[in-house]
Ligand binder design. Structure first.
Ligand code: HEC
Length: 252
């Protein structure tokens, strides 16, 4: 199914529906297709497959994953098996479980910003590679958000590396080490308050947002985590195209 036709159909569908109805339909589709014992559990919280609620997933990411599945995992592509209306509804429902209060009722997710839409050549190729669904969680948009696409695990990219060598050697000063129950993990601290510490656990991709009590965690400066370990799905030419994209859209 082409994304364009899906978007058209979804828009027409959205016009005839209101959000509460769509979410109700989405919940019904979810219970039937996604919440079975082995998979994501009721309301996406406690099945055998990864938890879906409260993960900070954005809607574009959810739409991509639901439609195309995740290669080499038990997550199937639903793009061809669910009706357009069901697909739209279930994406909006999972988005609502992730705190998206006003999900767009189209399957294509957030529209790209104007400067992103105008790109050509290498920069356009880089834009597609940045959120390339074929790479599953190995893609840049697993941790970086640009123009509404991707998950903002890391703070917005402010400085574009001069070349691919610099990108591969990137230092990550904000990544620290969190120790919890005797286990250490690389972490990006989101906030530290009197009764909660919120951080991304970078042990695996996608990083997992965790909330713990300050008394149970120790945080230490620095980490052995290396950014180069998460960009290995791209070859030299692909990284170079991605840098062209970043140069075109990142405002220092
Ligand atoms: C698994 C998560 C993850 C993935 C995937 C990932 N990054 Fe990052 N990236 C980070 C984190 C975390 C930081 C911030 C570290 C810090 O500031 O200490 C970062 C920082 C950066 C920075 C530096 C930003 C600045 O302003 O200094 C750039 C540039 C960057 N990443 C580009 C990329 C590109 C390009 C890709 C894909 C080829 C990619 N990243 C994939 C997690 C990721």
């Amino acid at each position: 199914m082409k994304l364009g036709s899906l978007l058209l159909a979804a828009t027409a569908f959205a016009a005839a529906q209101n959000l509460p109805d769509v979410l109700k339909q989405g919940e019904a589709v979810f219970s039937k297709s996604c919440a079975t014992g082995y998979c994501h559990g009721a309301r996406g919280t406690n099945g055998g497959a990864p938890r879906l609620a409260g993960r900070g997933f954005d809607q574009a990411f959810i739409a991509n994953t639901v439609q195309q599945g995740i290669p080499s995992t038990a997550m199937p592509a639903f793009g061809a098996t669910l009706s357009r209306a069901d697909l739209t509804a279930v994406v909006a429902y999972v988005a609502s479980l992730n705190g998206v209060t006003n999900p767009v009722i189209t399957v294509s997710g957030a529209p790209p910003g104007p400067s992103i839409a105008r790109l050509t050549g290498d920069a356009a190729r880089g834009r597609n590679l940045f959120s390339d669904s074929v790479r599953s969680f190995g893609r840049c948009s697993t941790c970086h958000e640009i123009g509404g696409i991707g998950i903002p695990v890391a703070t917005p990219i402010g400085k574009v590396p001069a070349d691919t060598a610099a990108l591969k050697a990137l230092s990550t000063p904000q990544v620290s080490t969190v120790t919890l129950g005797g286990e250490s993990m690389p972490a990006l601290i989101v906030s530290k308050k009197a009764n909660t510490v919120v951080f991304y656990d970078l042990t695996s991709a996608p990083p997992v947002l965790r909330t713990e009590s300050p008394s149970s965690v120790q945080t230490g400066e620095g980490s052995t985590w290396r950014h180069s370990s998460v960009i290995g799905s791209y070859n030299e030419a692909e990284l170079s195209a991605i840098l062209s994209y970043l140069r075109a859209v990142v405002k220092p």
